[in-house]
Design a protein around this ligand. Structure first.
Ligand code: KIV
Ligand code: ZN
Length: 385
């Protein structure tokens, strides 16, 4: 089964989330946890962007041994030199070089013609390859670029030494079918494409980042870029835990695996939420507080009979402690009785009926009934006996 490489950019694109500002010790702690989780590559920062980023990337490059460390650079000599100074300590120094290729970015942001962009990209990839053995080239805003130009620039940067070609959906605009077709086109129209790895990088402006990433994988991409909890610019990046879990849970359908230690998922998610201050929405897939909670009576009843009725993966698979059922106004008698038993209390059927009635009355006033509430009810029942 082909193994998809996971490229984590929580410390670079993720840190670009509005309002997030991680200090060096926090970045080191996240880097250690990402290594524990088994990401293949981590983008530790953008060394030329600030002294703080430079120092953090350097420390991470020195410290991390089992994950390849990379840093971002524009196609500018001084960015590449600064990145090398930070990354040269890494086990396998890797550079991530990017330039925009869409008409709108070239005209208004870079104020360069396509020929100028191409010439500069080729010479900077060549320059970077003299220092770095691994150079990833990103065609920023690839999904809104002209495909003929994209194929042309990719062919030339591969000849100049690029080892990975990344085609980002920078503004989260593409759709799964369209993004997949772009990779198919590139594979069919770039003669030297088999010399490199293909990578995807999706933003979530239309809520399609994970679906687009999986479509890319189905069309020959072997590296997926994203962040934990999906944090990042605007609506964020593809959520790596969602991509990896989708591939694992639907292994019957997708013949791809990742090397992630999925049991570390929750711990990683919690750490990042805590340090970035970006709390995870309760109903977020895989790591949300409610992701493994069942409230409706019919669902709880099904779960008590056979978990697979409503659960497509176990909480343990992603490091979530198996939870007891949420007790609220939708819970049925079966779930209620089960929890009472778990609390070590044996009631006659008549007492169950009585206690269940009190429980239902309480749910009109309280959203979640806790174990303490249950004990209060049970005490009243016992006193009555
Ligand atoms: O979204 C994007 O295009 C990026 C590039 C720098 C790769 O983050
Ligand atoms: Zn991005």
């Amino acid at each position: 089964m082909p193994q998809i490489k996971i490229f984590d950019t929580t410390l670079r694109d993720g840190e670009q989330s509005p309002g997030v500002n991680l200090n060096k010790p926090e970045k080191l702690e996240i880097a250690r946890q990402l290594e524990r989780m088994g990401v293949d590559r981590m983008e530790a920062g953008f060394p030329a962007s600030s002294k703080g980023d430079f120092e953090a990337v350097k420390e991470i490059a020195k410290m991390i041994k089992n994950t390849s460390v990379t840093g971002l650079a524009r196609t500018v000599k001084s960015d590449i030199d600064t990145a090398w100074e930070a990354l040269k300590y890494a086990e396998e120094p890797r550079l991530h070089l990017f330039v925009a290729t869409s008409p709108i970015h070239m005209t208004y942001k870079l104020k360069q013609s396509p020929d100028e962009v191409l010439e500069n990209a080729v010479s900077m990839v060549r320059y970077a390859s003299e220092k770095f053995s691994q150079v990833e080239f990103s065609a920023e805003d690839a999904s809104r670029s002209d495909l003929t130009f994209l194929a042309q620039i990719i062919e030339k940067v591969i000849d100049a030494g690029a080892t990975v070609i990344n085609l980002p959906d920078t503004v989260g605009y593409t759709t799964p079918a369209e993004y997949g077709a772009m990779f198919r086109y590139i594979r069919e129209n770039v003669p030297n494409i088999d010399k490199v790895e293909l990578s995807c990088h999706c933003h979530n402006d239309l809520g399609l980042a994970v679906a687009n990433s999986i479509a890319a994988v189905e069309n020959g991409v072997t590296q997926v870029e994203g962040t934990i909890n999906g944090i990042g610019e605007r609506a964020g990046n593809a959520s790596l835990e969602e991509v990896a879990v989708a591939l694992r849970v639907r292994a019957d359908y997708y013949p791809y695996s990742t090397g992630l230690n999925l049991e570390e998922t929750k711990r990683t998610s919690d750490l990042i939420a805590k340090l970035t201050g970006m709390y995870v929405q309760a109903n977020k897939a895989v790591v949300g507080r409610n992701a493994f909670q069942h409230e409706a009576g019919i669902h709880q009843d099904g779960m008590l009979k056979n978990k697979e009725t409503y659960e497509i993966m176990t909480p343990e698979m992603v490091g979530v402690k198996a939870d007891t059922l949420f007790l609220g106004k939708h819970s049925g008698r079966h779930a209620f009785k089960d929890r009472v038993k778990e609390l070590g209390v044996n009631l006659s059927e008549a007492k169950v009926t009585e206690a269940f009635k009190m429980f239902k009355q309480l749910t009109d006033r309280k959203k979640e009934v806790t174990d303490d509430d249950l004990f209060t009810i049970l005490m009243e029942i016992q006193t009555d006996t």
